[in-house]
Ligand binder design. Sequence first.
Ligand SMILES: C[S@@+](CC[C@H](N)C(=O)[O-])C[C@H]1O[C@@H](n2cnc3c(N)ncnc32)[C@H](O)[C@@H]1O
Length: 365
Amino acid sequence: MTTSTSTPDPAASVTQAASITPAGTLAAVSPRTAPAVAMLRLLGGFQLSQALYVVARAGVCDRLADGPRPVAELAGATGLRPELLRRLVRTLAGEDVFAYDAGRDTVALGRLGHTLCGEGEDSLRDVALMWMDTHYRPFARLWSTVHDGVPAADREYGEPFFDWLAREPERVSGFSAAMASLMRTVRRDALDGVDLSGVRRLVDIGGADGTALASLARRYPDLRGTVFDLPHVVAEAPALLAREGVADRVDTEGGDFFAAVPAGADAYLACFILHDWSDERCGRILDAVRAASAPGARLFLVETVFGEGAAPEVAALLDLTMMAMLDGRERTRADWAALLGDNGFRLDGITQTTSPMCVIAATRR
Ligand SMILES: C[S@@+](CC[C@H](N)C(=O)[O-])C[C@H]1O[C@@H](n2cnc3c(N)ncnc32)[C@H](O)[C@@H]1O
């Protein structure tokens, strides 16, 4: 569901939007928490991340889906040492992941616990696994990045992130699964803001395993489309499209969006793509869309707009991700207007959704 409508004159709100400071905090500290204690919580974020990863990877939450269990039994089922699992549970109970009953020595899911289950519409288990597997170590090199601008992941892995990722099929699947779970959870309502009335053929640029295009094809029964991504990534899409019952209308194509994208569609979607890249590299992707399309073709970007939309702390967090992992960034309304305008697109409007994402609609000049 969308919460506000397109901006009639995108340029008019540029100055105002650019001056908004995102106010999100990453930890739930109350104003009464002593500053040093609040800071210690923030500084300890890396420990909590790893504790959550252990719990997710061991499938602890899945085994609590049917109700509380004794710690010893849970330890036996997950292969973790009971005395150490108990300590993890106690710490994470303070974060609302678990509820721990010390008298009975039993553990139950807390308010957030179900989000680390493997199944379910709120599952972020694949994000927990992917972030700690691929993003955690590069972040230890953020110091160098802020001095020389080289993404920490390039330094950690000796090559750009997507090149490194391509090397192992399991990692590729893990990354696409994490993106798909973000689409089903934190970005769930973002696609509601993509109005495809009158669109006949949509190309999803960087469409990964096809989750987004399958969802749109189900909403628009006459829509045809192509999921476009790197060949080894898009190889997973046909199975998903078949499962979702849209394989007769949605095909797949592998390629490099810096070189060319499928031609002849009347609309293009880039969901969570341009934020990965610098203005210069976004210009190359937009050039490819221009070369593939006719004047009047529609472009829909699903992205955060810095300082706007629901949950601004998500944009702030993603901005750090872009800094460490790639050469992109989250952008303000003014940044989006300039990027599109400089590359031959007219910004038609920005639709806020109930998710942290906005839909930025543009038309090829
Ligand atoms: C952040 S993910 C977004 C995936 C999906 N659109 C979503 O919203 O979940 C970025 C995607 O861009 C793809 N990608 C990266 N470099 C690419 C390139 N040069 N050509 C085509 N796709 C690329 C990745 O494989 C990945 O699927």
